[in-house]
Design a protein around this ligand. Structure first.
Ligand code: GDP
Ligand code: GDP
Length: 436
């Protein structure tokens, strides 16, 4: 199920990034600790009471040297296209400006709910300032202070009232939902065509001409699939093409609705930074992942080429070490028939539950083989492990003191679990809990 999306829009310097960072909080820095993941600051998960959502800071989307008004218009369009709710942010210390009115004009035309925030209201005496903002025509303005963290609760309460009631998909559990993500021109649409065996998606070598996104239901060998948001990664319009960050944004929506994510790379062009970003999001979302190297037909190769490319992938995408790699060609359809079985496998791993007794045997054997770490004379003791979730498989390990669990030891346990059970294509999570 996709989380609702909030976008923050407003002219420069009203405090959008400040608010974004407040709402996102600690999360960003935790996420950045995962080795190999480069992350955009413009999109992140947030939480308010029992609501989970994603939030976009459109101010982070820079459109090169575009004149101010064009830039702000494009940012507003991004928000309108991507968000369920828009927070329109203004500066209470400067009053309503003509740039605010420009933004307002664009937002009027959208059917998206807009919540008006007046920032930099750092103390109650300043509340008087908000009344002018009624003139923008979005109802009650919400006074906030990014610097002091004031008013955010009320603002998010209001925003969450506009979250879609049922953001869920109506596909049954037995249907495998997958998406193809990757930068423009790696061959996502061509690959979908190859899978569908017919020219259902219009492909062109001019980036950005693929039709709007639709879910494509599809059946093969008795298994139902839905291909999510296939072409949507390159929606019409220039904004979608002109910024790299933006294609990441599109991919995120697809990832969240998927069981399995195909990270598509261009074998001819090789791996670039943007591929890593996109792959990083797939990993973070906890989805099953298959890495696809497309355009293998166009690669000059000898018997070592595939192995070398594979090593390069493993080095660049260390965090995706569980993802199988498929080399294929959407154009010649070579090996495209291996893709669905791989998707099935990854999905099966993502849903795998292992019996508790066998799991504990594996863990205890692992500990016997490689003693637990010590810290300040204290040794980590592992009592018991249990699988608490699937999608992705999540294990809780009860220990004497969770602080004593090193990343490297956790990694070791994960590897032992992977050797004992087949989790190909799926991330697994290990959580250490202190139990006295
Ligand atoms: P953005 O361009 O809209 O993303 O704005 P920033 O978040 O970069 O903030 C612009 C400036 O306003 C920075 O110097 C912030 O420290 C300042 N600022 C942000 N929020 C507040 C606030 O609530 N009160 C005051 N006094 N300054 C703020
Ligand atoms: P998308 O932007 O990722 O959806 O990429 P497209 O499917 O539109 O493909 C971009 C370009 O790459 C088109 O010119 C395709 O014909 C070409 N292309 C796609 N797959 C292959 C392939 O397997 N081999 C070769 N040589 N070209 C391909």
């Amino acid at each position: 199920m996709a989380k609702p999306v909030i976008a923050i829009v407003g002219r420069p310097n009203v405090g959008k990034s400040t608010i974004f960072n407040r709402i996102v909080g600690e999360r960003v820095s935790i996420v950045e600790d995962i080795p190999g993941i480069t992350r955009d600051r413009i999109y992140s998960a947030g939480e308010w009471l029992n609501h989970e959502f994603n939030i976009i800071d459109t101010g982070g989307i820079e459109i090169g040297d575009a004149p101010f008004l064009i830039e702000i218009r494009q940012q507003a369009e991004v928000a309108i296209d991507e968000a369920d709710v828009i927070i329109f942010m203004t500066n209470g210390r400067e009053g309503v400006t003509s740039a605010d009115e420009e933004v307002a004009k664009i937002l009027y035309k959208s059917k998206k709910p807009v919540v008006l925030a007046v920032n930099k209201i750092d103390n109650p005496e300043m509340r008087e300032q908000i009344w002018d903002f009624y003139a923008l025509g979005f109802g009650e303005p919400f006074p906030i202070s990014g610097s002091h963290g004031l008013g955010l609760g009320d603002l998010l309460d209001e925003a969450s009232k506009h979250f879609p009631k049922d953001a869920g998909d109506n596909y049954g559990d037995e249907v495998i939902k997958f998406s193809l993500i990757g930068r423009p021109n790696v061959g996502k649409s061509s690959l979908v065509n190859a899978l569908l065996g017919q020219e259902r998606v219009i492909v062109s070598n001019v980036a950005g001409t693929t039709r709007d996104a639709v879910d494509t239901p599809y059946s093969k060998d008795g298994q139902d699939y839905v291909i999510i948001d296939t072409a949507g990664m390159r929606k019409r319009g220039k904004v979608y093409e002109s910024t790299e960050k933006y294609s990441v944004l599109r991919a995120l929506r697809a990832i969240e609705r998927s069981d399995v994510v195909l990270v598509v790379l261009d074998g001819e062009e090789g791996i670039i930074e943007q591929d890593k970003k996109i792959a990083g999001y797939a990993h973070e979302a906890g989805r099953a992942v298959v890495i696809v190297v497309n355009k293998w037909d166009a690669v000059k190769k000898d018997e070592k080429t595939m192995k070398e490319f594979e090593e390069k992938i493993r080095a660049h995408f260390q965090f995706l070490d569980y993802a199988p790699i498929v080399f294929l060609s959407a154009k010649t359809r070579k090996r495209t028939q291996t893709l669905l079985p791989m998707i099935n496998k990854a999905c099966e791993s993502h849903n795998l539950r292992v019996p508790t007794n066998v799991l504990n045997e594996v863990i205890m054997d692992a500990i016997a083989m490689n003693p637990t770490p010590t810290h300040n004379g204290q040794r980590l003791r592992v009592y018991y492990a249990t699988q608490v979730a699937v999608k992705p498989p999540t294990f809780v390990v009860f220990v004497n003191d969770a602080e004593l669990m090193h990343f490297s030891y956790e990694r070791f346990l994960e590897n032992r679990i992977r050797e004992a059970f087949d989790f190909t294509g799926s991330p697994i999570k290990i959580i250490s809990r202190t139990r006295n």
